[in-house]
Ligand binder design. Structure first.
Ligand code: AP5
Length: 215
């Protein structure tokens, strides 16, 4: 089986990170995630680009999109080194989608569909390991010991952008900018829409089958 190039789309909290981890393990491909890359470089000085804010952190804490020129460069560099990948968090607007079509070909485009109130509940309840990045949820996915990561013993914290106010802003940015991206891919042979409002294992069965069929 060839190493597939997979794009995973969905609103904030739709489960892109959760399902991407499983795809990476099952198909032995790279996880390219703009959110993690930006969090690792959140204090990078981008003031020379004549942008509204001077750092990615300021955009992320406001729930806004980081400028395209910053994110496009991250994706281009990451994809150049990858033999098969799952791309998570990009493209988030039509201009990024156009850039992506110039630098790579996609075998599978997955779209995870989840309703708004479920998204708010998932994100405000999410806790993330400060050391290894593993995701938990205060109700649906609890660690064995409260506040402690099962994988590495690290501390579980709330992401700065998972407060209810910022989550609602992120969802409105998604509606305005990223829904047109999903519509752009709908109808292409690679596109598969998946009901993401089920337990992670049930979603995974459809995700795995969709990737395996097109790899
Ligand atoms: P990013 O980190 O990409 O965040 P996001 O897209 O908002 O998505 P999340 O990581 O919050 O959610 P997810 O879909 O991965 O869900 P998860 O699996 O964690 O981006 C953050 C910011 O960076 C943006 O706001 C922007 O500022 C900037 N940025 C990033 N990319 C950019 C770009 N291309 N251009 C410009 N700016 C960019 O699951 C969520 C929770 O739900 C977890 O607690 C999980 O345990 C739980 N859960 C998952 N699946 C299920 C399920 N099936 N049932 C119940 N609970 C579930």
């Amino acid at each position: 089986m060839a190493s597939p190039n997979v794009l995973i789309l969905g609103a904030p909290g739709a489960g892109k990170g959760t399902q991407s981890s499983r795809i990476v393990d099952e198909f032995d491909i790279e996880h390219v995630t703009t959110g993690d890359a930006l969090r690792a470089n959140k204090d990078m000085d981008i003031g020379h680009l004549d942008t509204e804010y001077d750092t990615p952190r300021a955009y992320m804490e406001a729930g806004e999109l980081v400028p395209d020129e910053v994110v496009n460069e991250i994706v281009k560099t990451a994809l150049a080194d990858a033999d098969g990948y799952v791309l998570d968090g990009y493209p988030r607007n039509l201009s990024q989608a156009e850039y992506l079509s110039e630098i790579t070909d996609l075998d599978v485009v997955l779209s995870l569909d989840v309703g708004t109130e479920e998204l708010v509940d998932r994100l405000t309840g999410r806790r993330v390991c400060d050391d290894c990045g593993t995701n938990y949820h205060v109700e649906y996915d609890q660690p064995e010991e409260e506040g402690v990561c099962d994988e590495c013993g690290g501390e579980l914290v709330q992401r700065d952008d998972d407060t209810e106010e910022t989550v609602r802003e992120r969802l409105s940015v998604f509606e305005e900018n990223t829904v047109p991206v999903i519509e752009h891919y709908e109808g292409s042979e690679a596109f598969v829409s998946i009901d993401g409002e089920r337990a992670p294992d049930a979603v995974w069965e459809d995700v795995r089958d969709a990737v395996a069929e097109r790899a």
